[in-house]
Structures are given as structure tokens and as C-alpha cells.
Write a protein that binds this ligand. Structure first.
Ligand code: WT7
Length: 654
């Protein structure tokens, strides 16, 4: 480790270069990286064509690379054919059939090892079960599962037969599940009786039943994986146990060759409206992004054990659990439960027990575990670790240094990876054997990713540290193709500015004097709570759908562990509670939001007022509400407020 402690003002300038040993063994050295950038800069499509040929196995080779004739509805490799499951599993059978593909640990400590050969058999048998239940290429299948190998098997089985999956995070409520099933028009739901988390059972099947009772006309059948073995209801004719569905199936299933552009999956994410959007990803372009970044950024090699702690309900669990590491033939670790069961040493015990070499998690998890003390990690042998990663939000330098010193023992590079559900794979991240890191910066764009910071007019900002819009100036293979069923919303959301030339990420950022990117935050009304994206409008809609609520405004408030917490201002239809406090009602409304969206969306604080502050044109003054939530002094002009006395109420002073 070479660190250089130069701090100038607020700008973090410590630089951490990889060790010589790391660099010597890394897949990409400085020379190789320079060559990749050079090729991408001079022959962009040639660069991606070469990567696609090297990294993926094609059933029918492509001759077209990028088709931008219908921009921004781009397509890549669109006359080629392949199968994603074949690329993740079958092609490793020649050399690695008996290598572990998956190491699984349940929350209660049960472990399962699945080799590539066994994964092939289990995915094939389950794919046959899907076919028997009428699932064909292009059909949508919703997956609502605990974090067990069966979640990955479900996804891979869909990919194997060309079915389009949409995984819904197990923490989302029945209502959220129903909305997603209906938006996708899913024919089948794959779920489980439950999962183990935090010492409790997550009631997946009963939530699924509630979702379906509310009306999901497209669903024809439900496959239920038996995990917890507690009592649940099975509906005859609709529901079948996973073990019954696969029991008679052959463990051979020919992959369905699909066009490169065939949708691989939809994944719903929040935006600045009340309705989550189904981000649609392609087969080949997506898999290419997943494969190259698992190789370049995570430096995965044959003997690595990669543990990305994300749930498959998020994009990170797609690209760095279910697809990418398998595409490059690695071994993944999957953990079902909470990081603090039985205590805050769980992650570190698992690193020791499974000899994890590459570990990828979210800053919020790092901060939470850091607070619980060094004695937990110090109790375990973490010497197998050689590379660490973070994702989801900017990491504060204090947590970065803890991760580096206490977990990585000063020898593991940290890859801070900036990307989004929409980009499908890492966009801005260090190549660990080459790029020296700075705590809190995701460093530089990867080869073939043209990221920039631009001003209002779309001009590149050359001045160091001046903030602007984070954009990607050229289409890239793993980018979203559209919003499911809504091309117009896709165009309006991601290409609303700069004459549609650039992909607008929705983040603000700055570049420092060394050209390193620093993400500054969202430019839209999207919150980042524990690395999860939540739309303020979505939470507001949930609140106003309660019979007692007239109006609501939701803002984010900085939070030590979660990054942001949810702060809601509520106007009731009836009288404002005396002194603005009503703990019973607050509890009711929090639970209500939990039911509408999921526990992660419950407001941390609710403040009641007679009115919300609005501009003359009727827009809610969110900046003012954010200032108040933080408890800061109001410096902006409030003279246009209709009723200045509500300021005291909003501030909790009356
Ligand atoms: C938003 C995307 C990508 C998987 C996890 C979240 C924020 C993501 C970083 C990072 C600073 C980050 C951005 C982005 N974000 N990674 N390394 N540093 N901010 O996926 O739910 O699609 O959210 O997360 O604001 O736009 P997501």
C-alpha cells in the first residue's frame, strides 16, 4: 500500500495505489488498459465487437455491431444469436464441470455446494418444468424468492428457454408485487413458502397469495419452492411445489437460441413518478457488460471465490451474482439471511469459512458493521481476501478507510463502482491492478464507456471540481433498451436534454484535477436509502392513498448508516394533531406505506402541518423541506408562502 496523505480543504486527495503483487497477478495491467482505452477511443464499434467475440459464445455470429438508426432505441449485435444460460453454464462443462458454481449458506447455517455440472442439471430440469407449464420464449415470469440458489436457478432456467424474468425483491409488499406482475403481464409466478431472515420467516407465499387475490389476470400458475416448511396455503390447480414440478423432468434441456436483442429480463426500479418502471435489458449486450466487468473490475480468475452480498431482487444481484460471475466461470457465494445473525461477525465468518477472495457490498452495510466494532472482523481469518468492492452510493472516507484497514488489512484494492439498474453493469470504476483509488471516488470510466460531466447546455465541463450532469455520451452494449411497454417514457426519462445526444444518468457529479469522478447525488426526486432507490413520489402516493391523508411531501435527510432516511410531511384531511404529534397515527401511516410498497419505504419521521409550503405556481418547495428536515436554518426567501405560520409547524416548533 502506498498512501499519500494530502488533504486540501474538503477535497479528499489520499491516493491508494495497488500493491506490486496485486498488479503483477491482475488480469489487466497498465499497458493492457491503455490499449483497451486506445482501441475504444479510435474504433468504438470494433472494440465492442471484439469484446463480444472474445467474451461470449455465439450460436450464430453477428455482423452488425451497433444499430443507431432508431436512436435512442439502440440495438447491438442484432443479427447474432446466443443463449445466456449456455454462456453461463454449458460452456464451462468441458473444463470445469466439477468446480463449484455456487456455495450457499442459509441463515441457520446449512450449506449447499453446487458444481457447474449440478447447476446445469438443476437449471435444465427446472427449465423443463417451466415448459411443461406452458412457458415459452418471450413469456414473462415473475420471481419472488428468498436468497437461495433456487432464485438463481429460476433466472437461469428462464434464460435457457427465452422466457423474460422479472425478479421482485422479497422485501416488497403484496401490492408492489401485484403492480409488477400486472405491468409485466406475467404468466407465471415463482415463489417460496418463505425465507429465513433476521431469525424470522419472511412470509413470501402469503404475500404472493394476497397479491394474486387482488387481481393478476395474466397469472396461470405458481411454482412454490419449499424452504421454511412452515404452514402455507396451496391453491389446487394454480400452485405446484417446486419439488413436484421437477421430479419427473429430464435434466437435459436444449437451450433456446435467441436473438441478441431478445429481452433477458425486466427489473422494476423507482423514478421520479409514482409508478416504478420496468427496465428492459437485452440478452447479448447485457451479458457482455456483465462478463467484461466481472473480468476487468473484479479481476475474477479461475481460483476466485466471489461474494457479492446483494439480493437477486436488485440489479447488483443480477449482474454480480446470477449472471456475470457465472459467465466468466467463477464460484459465487450466496447467503440467505441478515448480516447480524447470529452476530455482526457473520459476513467475516463466511469469508473465512468459504475462503472468499473477492467481496462486494454496499457502503450502508460497511457503516452498519463498522459501528458494531472491530472485534467481530478481528475474530476471523480474512487472509483469503484480495479485492473489495462497494456500490450503491458514495462511500464516506471514514467507512472506506475502515473497510481498507480492518477488512482488507491494507492490502486489498477497493473498487468503488458507479452504475445503475439502467446501465446493467459497472460504468465508472477502477481497474484494480492499475488505477490508484481515492476514498469516495469511483475513479474513471471503464474502456468503452464514454462518461462525462456536462453543463446545462451539454458542454463538457473542463474546470476541475465544478459539478454538472453525469452523462454517457455514446450508447454501450449493456444499457437498458427501453422501459417495458413505454418507449416514450424511456425517451423522456433518459434523453430529455441535449437534443437526445446523451444518456442522462440522473446524478450530478464533478471531476477532479486528475479526471476522477465524484458522484454528488441525484438530480431528480429519487432517494437512496441503504443503497436502495426509492422515488419520493412513490412514497407520497402511498401516503395520500390512506383515507386520513390529504397531502404529503417526502424528502431525504442525511443518515449516518442508511445514507439517507425518509422524512415525510403530512397534511391530514381532518385536524392536525395537537402539537403536531400523534404517535399512534404515525405508526399506522408507517405500516400503511410498508404495505403499499415494502418495509424499506417506511418513513423514518412524519411531521404534520396544516399546509405544505408551495410556490405561487403550486410547486412544493422541496429544497425548503429538505433544509427543515436537516434541522438547518432557513435562509431562502419564504415571503411568497401563503401561510408563514406553517413554518413553525414544519419545523416541529408548534
Ligand atoms: C444510483 C443507481 C448500481 C447498483 C446499485 C444501485 C447511486 C450507485 C454508486 C457509487 C455513488 C452510486 C447513483 C445511481 N450509485 N453506485 N459507486 N457511488 N453513487 O442501483 O438502484 O439503480 O441506483 O445509485 O445515484 O444513479 P440503482
Amino acid at each position: 500500500m502506498s498512501s499519500n496523505n494530502i488533504e486540501s480543504g474538503l477535497i479528499e486527495n489520499r491516493l491508494f495505489a495497488p500493491s506490486e503483487e496485486f498488479t503483477k497477478n491482475a488480469r489487466i495491467n497498465a499497458e493492457k488498459l491503455a490499449a483497451l482505452h486506445q482501441q475504444a477511443d479510435t474504433d468504438y464499434t470494433g472494440f465492442w465487437a471484439q469484446q463480444a467475440n472474445e467474451m461470449l459464445d455465439w450460436h450464430k455470429p453477428f455482423s452488425n455491431v451497433l444499430d443507431d438508426s432508431n436512436a435512442p432505441l439502440y440495438s447491438w449485435f442484432n443479427d447474432g444469436e446466443l443463449n445466456v444460460s449456455y454462456n453461463c453454464i454449458d460452456r464451462h462443462l468441458t473444463n470445469n464441470a466439477n468446480k463449484n458454481a455456487i456455495i450457499f449458506e442459509g441463515e441457520q447455517g446449512d450449506t449447499t455446494f453446487i458444481t457447474y455440472l449440478q447447476l446445469h442439471q438443476r437449471v435444465s430440469a427446472f427449465a423443463n418444468a417451466l415448459k411443461e407449464r406452458g412457458i415459452k420464449s418471450g413469456d414473462r415470469v415473475v420471481i419472488y424468492m428468498p436468497m437461495t440458489p433456487e432464485a438463481v436457478i429460476s433466472m437461469q432456467a428462464c434464460a435457457r428457454i427465452g422466457a423474460i424474468h422479472s425478479v421482485v425483491f422479497g422485501g416488497f409488499s403484496a401490492d408492489s408485487l401485484r403492480d409488477r406482475i400486472n405491468d409485466a403481464g406475467a404468466k407465471m409466478l415463482i415463489t417460496a413458502d418463505g425465507g429465513h431472515r433476521g431469525g424470522k420467516i419472511v412470509e413470501l407465499k402469503s404475500a404472493a397469495d394476497k397479491a394474486l387475490e387482488g387481481g393478476c389476470p395474466s397469472i396461470e400458475s405458481v411454482i412454490v419452492y419449499q424452504r421454511t416448511q412452515h404452514d402455507i396455503k396451496m391453491q389446487a390447480g394454480r400452485d405446484i411445489w417446486w419439488h413436484d414440478a421437477v421430479s419427473e423432468q429430464s435434466d437435459h434441456c436444449e437451450p433456446v437460441w435467441v436473438n441478441a436483442e431478445h429481452p433477458l429480463f425486466l427489473l422494476y426500479t423507482s423514478g421520479s413518478t409514482g409508478k416504478p418502471k420496468g427496465i428492459q435489458h437485452s440478452s447479448a449486450g447485457y451479458l457482455l457488460g456483465a462478463a467484461v466487468t466481472n473480468s476487468w473490475v473484479f479481476d475474477l480468475k479461475d481460483d476466485d471465490v466471489f461474494w457479492c452480498t446483494a439480493d437477486v431482487g436488485w440489479i447488483t444481484g443480477h449482474t454480480y451474482v446470477a449472471y456475470g460471475p457465472l459467465a466468466v466461470g467463477s464460484t459465487i457465494v450466496i447467503y440467505e439471511g441478515a448480516p447480524t445473525v447470529p452476530d455482526a461477525g457473520r459476513f467475516w465468518k463466511m469469508v473465512q469459512d468459504h475462503k472468499v477472495s473477492v467481496f462486494y457490498t454496499a457502503p450502508t452495510a460497511i457503516r452498519a458493521l463498522m459501528k458494531l466494532g472491530d472485534n467481530f472482523p478481528n475474530a476471523y481469518d480474512l487472509s483469503s481476501l484480495r479485492l473489495l468492492g462497494t456500490v450503491g452510493e458514495p462511500i464516506n472516507p471514514e467507512a472506506w478507510i475502515w473497510y481498507h484497514e480492518v477488512i482488507g488489512k491494507g492490502k486489498c484494492p477497493i473498487v468503488d463502482t458507479w452504475w445503475q439498474t439502467e446501465t446493467g453493469s459497472n460504468m465508472i470504476a477502477p481497474i484494480p491492478g492499475v488505477v490508484a483509488t481515492k476514498p469516495g471516488s469511483c475513479t474513471k470510466a471503464l474502456p468503452g464507456i464514454m462518461a462525462d460531466v456536462v453543463d446545462e447546455d451539454g458542454n463538457s465541463i473542463s474546470e476541475a471540481n465544478r459539478g454538472g450532469y453525469l452523462v454517457i455520451t455514446k450508447p454501450f452494449p449493456s444499457m437498458l433498451r427501453t422501459i417495458w411497454g413505454d418507449d416514450e417514457r424511456y425517451k423522456d426519462t433518459y434523453y430529455p436534454k441535449f437534443d437526445g445526444r446523451f444518456y442522462l444518468a440522473g446524478d450530478s457529479a464533478r471531476k477532479d484535477a486528475d479526471g476522477y469522478f465524484w458522484i454528488m447525488g441525484r438530480i431528480d426526486d429519487v432517494l437512496n436509502v441503504s443503497g436502495h432507490r426509492l422515488g419520493t413520489m412513490e412514497i407520497e402516493s402511498a401516503l395520500v392513498s390512506h383515507e386520513l391523508v390529504a397531502e404529503a411531501a417526502v424528502v431525504g435527510k442525511p443518515h449516518e448508516v442508511k445514507g439517507e432516511s425518509i422524512f415525510a410531511y403530512v397534511v391530514l384531511k381532518g385536524e392536525r394533531p395537537a402539537g403536531g404529534i400523534d404517535e399512534e397515527l404515525t405508526k399506522t401511516l408507517r405500516n400503511w406505506v410498508g404495505e403499499q410498497i415494502g418495509a424499506i419505504a417506511k418513513p423514518d419521521e412524519i411531521r404534520y402541518a396544516d399546509n405544505l409550503p408551495k410556490t405561487r405556481s403550486g410547486k412544493i418547495m422541496r429544497r425548503l423541506l429538505r433544509t427543515i428536515a436537516k434541522g438547518e436554518e432557513i435562509t431562502s426567501d419564504t415571503s411568497t408562502l401563503e401561510n408563514e405560520s406553517i413554518l413553525d409547524q414544519l419545523q416541529g416548533k408548534a
